[in-house]
Design a protein around this ligand. Structure first.
Ligand code: SF4
Ligand code: FES
Length: 245
């Protein structure tokens, strides 16, 4: 395939950015989107031009570092991560725009790389359990009913990619936070800190500059892990209960 790419270039956090146009040729439909960008960067390197900065790590849909806004959609046209998106999802001759996540709480560092440290600070505020370390406890010592285990497991699939924030018109991180709160509040180990956790995480979320949820649902649509919108209901329920106590 031959493609035209319109890519956001921004030399640094305090510089102004702009869309720049690039052509790539002979792209195999079996390449991933990031492999296609690798090829473009090899071409730029060969010409002595600055390669395009973008984030990636696992390239297996696990780490959450590779998010890009592709032709206006978080992670592009398929329900997957950018690293698992293949070029067969595009057509020969297509013009594709590639931008970083757009959210005040995710400032651009360079080109397509944003600082998602705000997510780390939300986790530091409460997305953990406190346990005494030592040898592994007996697996059946704290029985968890199957429906609770399943829901905790579903919520734990969140990889912290930030697509939910990028897709939300309010740049809200409620789906991300709802996934973390739901994961821990379904399990016995998450109960001792349950109230403090949700209050502290929501405080940090607002402090970071994420917006509020107005039930648009774009977050869940964009989520590559299929985290459902009802985790936000769990978050709100836990927050109301914690504030009442
Ligand atoms: S909820 Fe989904 S879209 Fe949001 S950070 Fe987690 S995996 Fe990414
Ligand atoms: S590079 Fe790890 S999820 Fe895409």
């Amino acid at each position: 395939m031959n493609l035209t790419l319109k890519i956001w270039r921004q030399p640094g956090p305090r510089h102004q950015g702009s869309m720049q146009t690039y052509k790539v040729t002979d792209i195999s439909e079996d390449m991933s989107f990031l492999e296609m960008l690798d090829i473009l960067n090899e071409q730029l390197n060969a010409k002595g031009e600055e390669p395009i900065a973008f984030d990636s790590d696992c390239r297996e849909g696990i780490c959450g570092s590779c998010g890009l806004m592709i032709s206006g959609k978080a992670h592009g046209p398929e329900k997957t991560t950018t690293c698992q998106l293949h070029m067969r999802s595009f057509t020969d001759g297509e013009v594709i725009t590639v931008e970083p996540w757009r959210a005040n709480a995710f400032p651009v560092i360079k080109d397509l790389v944003v600082d998602r440290g705000a997510f780390d600070r939300i986790i530091q505020a409460g997305g953990y359990i406190s346990v005494n370390t030592g040898s592994a406890p007996e697996a059946n010592a704290a029985p968890v009913p199957k429906p609770h285990a399943d829901r905790a497991f579903m919520a734990a699939e969140c990889i912290g990619c930030g697509a939910c924030v990028a897709a939300c018109p309010n740049a809200s991180a409620m789906l991300f936070m709802g996934a973390k709160v739901t994961h821990l509040s379904e399990l016995p180990q998450g109960q001792p800190e349950r109230d403090a956790r949700v209050v502290s995480m929501v405080d940090q979320h607002d402090h970071e500059g994420f917006g509020g949820c107005t039930n648009v649902g774009a977050c869940s649509q964009a989520c590559p892990k299929g985290i459902p919108q009802d985790v936000i209901s769990t978050l709100n329920k836990d927050l109301r209960a914690a504030l009442r106590r």
